[in-house]
Design a protein around this ligand. Structure first.
Ligand code: N01
Length: 493
């Protein structure tokens, strides 16, 4: 078959069953699209609620750093967003509402963690932790990216007499007023937490290992009048979405691959001005000044953080953590920072993806072997020898580049074109060829060398060898690639 050979318009003739793993943003989208296509599917969800990231992360101050009218399904724009960057609970509610409205909520099997997928005699055998077994023609792994908390092995952590937890295990019943709270980390989670709690805790201690560039982005509230306009005129939401998307793509997503781009320099200047103009004490200002370029780590957006860390009850600690003791955290300089609560906003095991699930493809090929060195997937979607198994937001996708909802919509439309070949009986099995997967992996590693992520910082964008893992090209190129699969890159049986 040639690259232009697609059968997406072919009349469907085969009944196929799909297993979707994960009822987060990507799983819900998959279910809606499969329902529209009249295909048989089930969604397995390990937890008792939908929402993925937005179910797991409920910490104080949580919001999405992509504007909400962009971080919405294109077919389910939401006139009710309360703010330009809506808070986490509102986003989770949105996914619940959409799942109900589009009639896919009833297809979710909750509390059912998939432990293995094995390709046997042309179909996938899917096993769950509760011992149940299912069979499917296709697997859609919508298992998310940032969902296995990374908790540092601080000596003495278990001895802490107060409450210690990861940012993704926040207890919303916990009253923080009158508590001495320590936060470890300066990523997006920590910065949102610090900004949200600084004025309601007794003392706040932020343990910073690496300073972060902070870009000041406001968060406009939508008035009832504006929301009424969105309800009456959906085009108004579409206009915002289009405008924000274009600005985001031109001013950010398309320039990440060129570390010398003037746009990156403009972002750097904005972050520097934010720091210089808003942190009064010169010592504190220098402690907060990163020694790497803006955009190298994922940019943190906040208009509140510098105010929060300069409050009289707040303290920035840059001395490394030595150990945790019953009454607090002792740093390497011997100082004990007494605490009642210790929040570890220390990020996630970002290379896990669908693991620890066991995946066994054709002729015994295992995910464990394939990802022994580092996870990779052609176009972030397909893995050689795993026929009819597709990932959403798999490795090497534009995870830090743009709205992940837009990414997933494009990916799913691409996957459906592959599915159509099986559906129309032109083949039974489809997966990327080994040669194409290797070529893709080599090309993206070469392209990664000129990205801003390669400019000398440590971040979760890098693999164990220090190579940026995310999509290194422009977002426009991603859209072009997703428009139509290059069938010559696929092994079709
Ligand atoms: O995690 P992170 P996150 N001792 O990995 C520090 C998305 N997100 O949860 O920089 C001391 O960014 C670590 O220090 P260092 C978004 O994609 C989005 O904040 O490695 N410190 C770092 O400061 C984001 O990028 C939103 O030196 C330790 C921090 O912990 C991604 O999730 C909101 C340490 C981890 O930062 C992850 O963000 C929240 C140790 N042993 C998250 N180990 C929005 O949409 C780690 N650290 C707004």
């Amino acid at each position: 078959m040639t690259s232009s050979d697609t059968s997406s318009d072919a009349p469907p003739s085969k009944s196929l069953r799909f297993v979707i793993i994960g009822a987060g943003m990507a799983g819900i989208l998959s279910a809606i699209r499969l329902k529209e296509a009249g295909l048989d599917f089930v969604i397995y969800e390990k937890a008792d609620k939908i929402g993925g990231t937005w179910r797991e992360n409920t910490y104080a101050g949580i919001a999405c750093d992509v504007p909400s009218h962009l971080y919405s399904y294109s077919f389910a724009l939401n006139p009710e967003w309360s703010q330009q960057f809506a808070p986490g609970p509102e986003i989770r509610q949105y996914f619940e509402d959409v799942a109900e409205r589009f009639g896919v909520a009833s297809a979710i099997r909750y509390n059912c963690e998939i432990t293995s997928c094995k390709f046997e005699v042309g179909r996938w055998q899917v096993a769950a932790a509760d011992g149940s077994i299912d069979t499917a023609d296709f697997i859609i792994a919508a298992t998310g990216v940032l969902h296995h908390p990374a908790i540092p092995a601080f000596e003495g952590l278990d001895s802490f007499a107060g409450l210690a937890f990861h940012s993704a295990r926040w207890d919303n019943d916990l009253d923080l007023s009158d508590r001495r709270v320590g936060v470890v980390g300066t990523g997006s989670s920590a910065i949102q937490i610090v900004s949200a709690i600084a004025d309601r805790v007794k003392e706040l201690t932020l343990f910073q290992r690496t300073a972060q560039w902070v870009i000041p982005v406001g968060n406009q509230t939508y008035s009832e009048t504006e929301r009424e306009k969105f309800r009456a005129t959906p085009q108004a939401m579409l206009d915002i979405r289009t405008e924000v998307a274009r600005a985001f793509i031109d001013g950010f997503a398309n320039v990440l691959g060129d570390m010398d781009s003037p746009m990156i320099e403009a972002i750097q200047a904005t972050c520097e001005a934010n720091l210089n103009d808003n942190v009064k004490d010169p010592d504190l200002r220098e402690k907060l000044r990163p020694n790497y370029r803006a955009g190298c780590k994922r940019l943190v957006m906040s208009e509140r953080f510098y105010d929060a860390i300069q409050q009289p009850n707040a303290k920035l600690v840059t001395e490394a953590i030595d150990r945790v003791e019953p009454s607090g955290v002792r740093t390497k300089d011997g100082v004990l920072h007494e605490l009642d609560v210790l929040v570890m906003a220390t990020g996630f095991k970002v290379d896990a993806f669908m693991r620890p699930m066991e995946v066994v493809g054709r002729e015994g090929a295992t995910l464990r072997e394939k990802w022994e060195v580092a996870p990779s997937a052609y176009m972030a979607i397909s893995i050689p020898d795993f026929p009819n198994f597709f990932m959403l937001n798999g490795p090497n996708g534009p995870v830090g580049n743009f709205s992940l909802i837009d990414v997933v919509e494009l990916q799913f439309a691409y996957i459906m074109q592959l599915v159509d070949h099986v559906r129309s009986n032109s083949c039974k099995e489809i997966s990327v060829s080994r040669a194409a997967a290797e070529r893709f992996d080599e090309d993206r590693k070469v392209a990664a060398q000129t990205t801003i992520w390669s400019t000398g910082c440590k971040s979760w964008y890098l693999d164990a060898n220090g190579v940026p893992t995310a999509w290194p090209w422009t977002y426009d190129r991603f859209q072009e690639e997703m428009a139509q699969p290059k069938l010559a890159d696929y092994e079709i049986r």
